[in-house]
Design a protein around this ligand. Structure first.
Ligand SMILES: Cc1cc2nc3c(=O)[nH]c(=O)nc-3n(C[C@H](O)[C@H](O)[C@H](O)COP(=O)(O)OP(=O)(O)OC[C@H]3O[C@@H](n4cnc5c(N)ncnc54)[C@H](O)[C@@H]3O)c2cc1C
Length: 295
């Protein structure tokens, strides 16, 4: 584990103290015990060495960190989970929103309001007891904000669209440190840009988006050996042609060929490869699937 800062002179103790006094969340700098854990995200192929890592606890922390970086001309990067991080922020300020992970479900309005660091799994879990679901992606640990700002394709997308389409409003700190609401009525051009423009327009502190009725899902994974790929794929193709356009399932290919029906969002039973296949190409190498009520 490296704990030294390879990017140059570390920020002085008084500089760090200034930042610490301005925020509620923890601040980490190179050489400190907590720095190596704080600087790393989910994608371990990225080995970043920011000068400072700020774990924002609230929107005011985000404002303070943005102003601090701006006043010192420090590069600034935002990270919730690190699933989408593709470059490091060496020598800059890494602003983590991971702690801002609140999830509020408004079942009567079919909406959710989440903090900028919330992950899809937490939203799915909170919405399910009300028979509702967000337009989440396939992985529970992916951040709501990063995927929504980039578009967001998920199990329900063929029926309801991208996650960005379900966005109703965002609280966002812009580069000048202002905290704004972007919605169809407030700062509509910023709102337009957020829905697909990625993290280029500010640091999101909260999102409000639509939820959709889902009261039963068919989920699981069926794994096939590669030597039956041809038959299984042909079977899958024939079955897929009989299904409505809005239905979605996954069909990844790997060293061991496999096909999966993760949380498809609606009650389906793939006839050929599912739990009770009527025409399966070959016994699956393993199977775990079923139909589940969400509440
Ligand atoms: C295992 C895995 C499964 C995936 N599955 C899907 C899927 O099913 N559907 C899909 O559409 N995508 C999927 N993705 C892609 C994923 O949606 C993007 O990588 C997304 O950017 C991850 O967001 P994050 O917040 O988790 O990641 P982070 O690395 O934390 O953030 C990625 C980028 O999002 C922006 N960002 C994050 N938080 C904020 C914020 N608070 N304010 C402003 N900008 C911010 C920043 O530009 C940041 O660099 C998957 C990725 C992985 C690794």
């Amino acid at each position: 584990m490296r704990t030294s800062d390879p990017t140059g002179t570390p920020p002085s103790a008084s500089t760090v103290q200034t930042l610490r006094a301005a925020v509620n969340g923890p601040v980490h700098r190179a050489g400190e015990h907590s720095y190596d854990t704080a600087r790393l995200g989910w994608r371990r192929t990225i080995d970043p060495y920011p000068a400072l890592v700020v774990e924002a606890a609230n929107a005011q922390d985000v404002q303070a960190a943005v102003r601090f970086a701006r006043d010192r001309a420090l590069p600034l990067a935002v990270q919730a989970t690190g699933h989408g991080t593709i470059s490091s922020c060496d020598g800059g300020l890494l602003l983590k929103t991971t702690r801002m992970a609140t999830v509020q479900i408004h079942a009567d309005r079919h909406t959710a309001r989440v903090g900028g660091g919330a992950v899809w799994g937490a939203v799915v879990a909170a919405a399910a007891p009300s028979g509702l679901a967000p337009l989440s992606g396939t992985a529970a640990s992916v951040g709501v904000t990063g995927s929504t700002l980039g578009g967001g394709v998920g199990w329900l997308s063929r029926r309801y669209g991208f996650a960005a389409d379900s966005l109703l409003a965002a609280r966002i700190v812009t580069a000048d440190g202002q905290l704004l609401t972007a919605s169809p009525k407030e700062h509509p051009e910023l709102f337009w840009a957020l829905r697909g423009g990625g993290g280029n327009f500010g640091v999101v502190t909260a999102l409000t988006f639509r939820l959709y009725p889902v009261d039963r899902v068919y989920g699981g994974t069926v794994v096939f050996n590669m030597d039956c790929a041809e038959k299984a794929l042909a079977c899958y193709r024939d079955w897929a042609l009989t299904e409505p356009d809005w239905r979605r399932c996954g069909r990844p290919l790997g060293r061991r060929w496999w096909t999966g029906w993760g949380r498809c969002g609606l009650p389906i039973r793939p006839p050929s490869l599912g739990r009770r296949p009527h025409r399966r190409p070959r016994t699956p190498a393993s199977s775990c699937s079923g139909s589940y009520p969400t509440r």
